[in-house]
Ligand binder design. Structure first.
Ligand SMILES: *Cc1c(COP(=O)(O)O)cnc(C)c1O
Length: 404
């Protein structure tokens, strides 16, 4: 058995906060559950009421009241408060997708002439946004290998404004040393943004290490049921106020029904993530012992290059296991087709176990050589564990491995 990660004092509180943080009780009509306010706009009693509101808002005293749906919604405000509490942040902003959270945040931080540093082995669309979209507005981007903090520091220039990384990364689960990252960023007065989607606040809270901004694709674990798209960004009150005001302009708002589903998912977040941590560990250990498997990438395994740092800074190793099979693209596809319980789909973090071959799912249009250049091997499988019994998953994988 691999060593368990460290447990912080906050860990047990998170299960409670996942259910109750940010609640504004009593709800109308003393309903138990959070009401969904389906409204695109808000009314005023008369002109005096409107004047009073506008006056109060000028001084930042409107206390959650807004005049139009794009500027906010009581259902969404409450879910934002819960996400902020779980992540240990002062405030959070929900967005229409994880990518909306990434792009709106970076557009808020960067101006023409600025520079940013991102790590490779990161979400493909984030890299695409930084390398192609931001470039159009005169913002330059350096890509450094995930896990090489010396190269990362060397890439920082006087005009660097932000370092963007994921931890754990996709698909190799590289875990960044957040304490060292923050020390480097502070030394150069650069902001840090961590996409913590793979960890969730149950397993890792980057803000506790001094990271400035955390982004989550709520589509994954926070929602948890593969039935919504949303994103969240969490940080200080002042950074969130800036990002929120830009959201009023950029328009990538979450809708109240989706916010409701997120908070319903959050109630079981701790339960689900604990189960997924346990199952993923069992599956990773099983896979590592199989002859047909040449390499397993799971930070809970001692063989993972970042096992030690993961143990120090995380409360659990997460639910995604990547592995390489003995064989080529076709052998790997045959294995995926032989698996019965996991569904072939991209995404992760829901109750259903999903399986994919990144070479074909996310990087299909690239040649094998181009994929190798960015580290996506033909024989790589990404398994996103759901909440099914790990024994059933292992039995299924064992059967399918007979084709390799
Ligand atoms: C899925 C994902 C995103 C994008 O989120 P969407 O909700 O799909 O827009 C960003 N980062 C990571 C790590 C992801 O897994």
């Amino acid at each position: 058995m691999a060593t368990l990660p460290s447990q912080t004092d906050r860990t047990p509180r998170l299960s409670t906060e996942a259910v109750h943080a940010g609640e504004n009780r009593p709800y109308p009509h003393h309903a138990l559950t959070l009401p969904i306010f389906d409204t695109s706009t808000y009314t005023f009693e008369n002109t005096a009421d409107l004047r009073q509101f506008m006056e109060a808002r000028m001084w930042g005293l409107a206390e959650g009241r807004v005049e139009y749906g794009r500027y906010g919604n009581p259902t969404i405000f409450e879910v934002e408060a819960r996400v902020a509490a779980l992540s240990g942040g002062e405030a959070a902003v929900l967005m229409s997708s994880g990518m909306a959270a990434v792009t709106s945040t970076l557009l808020s931080l960067l101006y023409a002439g600025d520079h940013l540093v991102i790590t490779d082995d990161s979400y493909r669309r984030t890299r695409q946004f930084c390398l192609t979209f931001l470039k159009r507005w005169g913002i330059e981007c350096s890509v450094v290998p995930a896990g090489d903090l010396e190269q990362l520091e060397a890439a920082i220039r006087p005009e660097t404004k932000v370092i963007v990384s994921e931890s754990p990364t996709n698909p190799y689960m590289r875990v960044l040393d957040l304490e060292r990252l923050v020390a480097i960023a502070k030394r150069h007065k650069v902001k840090t943004l961590i996409d913590s989607t793979f960890a969730t606040p149950i397993n890792q809270r980057p803000l506790e290490f001094g990271v400035d901004l955390v982004v989550d694709s709520a589509t994954k674990y926070l929602g948890g049921h593969n039935d919504l798209l949303a994103g969240a960004v969490v940080g200080s009150e002042s950074l969130m106020a800036m990002i929120r005001q830009n959201q009023w302009v950029l328009g990538a708002v979450c809708d109240p029904h989706t916010a409701y589903l997120i908070q319903r998912g959050l109630k079981t977040l701790a339960l689900r993530v604990h189960q997924q941590n346990t199952s993923a560990m069992k599956v990773a250990e099983f896979l590592e012992a199989q002859a047909g498997v040449s390499r397993v990438w799971y930070p809970g395994l001692r063989s993972h290059p970042d096992h030690d740092i993961a143990r120090q800074q995380m409360d659990g190793f997460g639910g995604v296991v990547s592995f390489e099979l003995e064989g080529d693209l076709e052998t790997t596809s045959r294995f995926i087709d032989a698996v019965k319980l996991p569904l072939i789909a991209s995404s992760l973090g829901g109750v259903e176990t999903l399986i994919e071959q990144p070479a074909l799912m996310s990087y299909f249009e690239l040649s094998s050589e181009e994929r190798m250049e960015i580290g996506i091997k033909d024989n790589l499988v990404r398994l996103a564990i759901g909440i099914e019994s790990p024994e059933d998953l292992i039995a299924d994988l064992a059967e399918a491995l007979k084709v390799v």
